[in-house]
Design a protein around this ligand. Structure first.
Ligand code: 13P
Ligand code: SF4
Length: 311
């Protein structure tokens, strides 16, 4: 029973005792973002995990992010508060089917979104994140055929933006698929002139209305620099916490789903992490990420290619 505990103080104590670093994604609950040592997008979190001199990484995000930390920093203990924190994109791309897809396109290289399993990373040539995809794609010769998976929305966006012909895997993020174009147009009409910032995991019908498309950190940077006082945010709404902290006099509105509010766009996987589970993870050093060494080395190759090409 943890009900009598000052969880924030206990997490602080354990963090010091264990020489742990707490890394959090922008989609985490505000109380977790506020106590993290670092909050970032997938690329920045990967870089932090690769660089840290802590003994323990408590990763407040989803499993593929914590696995990436372990692949890049195998000597560290990596804990994830809830091992069920998966990702619909990862689920859409089982490794055997991905291997068969690759076999159908023997001339193509596999450029793969980081939202996938370690096995799929091991079957890929270069990993990308939403903040690094364009830069990485621009370094691949125009004549080179490319498979892009698992997110067909990010892949479609990249293909339209760069004019490249990408062979797409048909996965989607259930969270970004849930935005409603009709409700977004209603919201825009209520806030004339307010720009829309969207994550590239949104379908094209939503991106078509966006003034800015980018990763979570990109969306945050856009919010910091925007001249107006209202922004419509088409990504997981917990990111708004950082915007409200930095710009308390501005208004940030989560883009709506079909029911007219942004609650259906909360990522159910990210939401599994809680202060209680983070406390237990630091106390017991479990649930712990373990990756078999052969698999780790296969997955590391495509992640190292990302880090080199994104820098
Ligand atoms: P970012 O790399 O933009 O933070 O995206 C991570 C993610 O899971 C978006 O749904
Ligand atoms: Fe996966 Fe979508 Fe959740 Fe990001 S928001 S972790 S892509 S399910």
């Amino acid at each position: 029973n943890l009900s009598g505990l000052d969880l924030r103080a206990e997490i602080d104590r354990l963090r010091r005792e264990r020489n742990a670093v707490i890394l959090a994604h922008y989609y985490q609950k505000p109380e977790i973002q506020d106590l993290a040592d670092f909050v970032g997008d997938s690329l920045d979190l990967s870089r932090k995990a690769a660089d840290t001199d802590a003994d323990v990484i408590a990763f407040c995000g989803v499993r593929f992010m914590a696995e990436t930390a372990k692949i890049l920093s195998p000597q560290k203990t990596v804990v994830l508060p809830d091992m069920d924190a998966g990702c619909s994109l990862e689920d859409s791309c089982p490794p055997e089917q991905f291997a068969a897809f690759r076999a159908q396109h023997p001339d193509a290289i596999a450029l793969t979104y980081i939202n996938c399993s370690a096995e799929v990373k091991g079957l890929s040539d270069v990993i990308v994140t939403s903040s690094s995809a364009e830069k990485i794609l621009s370094q691949i010769p125009a004549s080179q055929p490319i498979i892009f998976g698992p997110d067909r929305n990010l892949g479609g966006y990249l293909a339209r933006k760069t004019g490249r012909d990408l062979i797409l895997w048909p996965g989607v993020c259930i969270v970004h698929e849930a935005f409603s174009e009709t409700e977004l147009l209603k919201l825009k009409a209520q806030h004339p002139g307010a720009p829309v910032a969207a994550h590239p995991e949104c379908p094209a019908v939503i991106l078509d209305h966006a003034d800015y498309v980018g990763s979570t950190r990109g969306i945050l940077d856009y919010a910091m620099a925007m001249p107006g006082d209202t922004l419509i945010v088409a990504t997981e709404p917990h990111i708004i916490h950082q915007m409200e902290k930095a710009l308390p006099n501005k208004t940030f509105i989560g883009a709506p789903g079909a029911d007219g509010n942004c609650n259906c766009n909360i990522c159910p996987y990210m939401a599994l992490n809680t202060m209680e589970k983070l406390y237990v993870a630091l106390r017991d050093l479990t649930p712990r990420i373990e990756i078999e060494e052969g698999l780790r080395l296969r997955a590391k190759k495509s992640l190292d290619a990302m880090l080199a090409m994104a820098s």
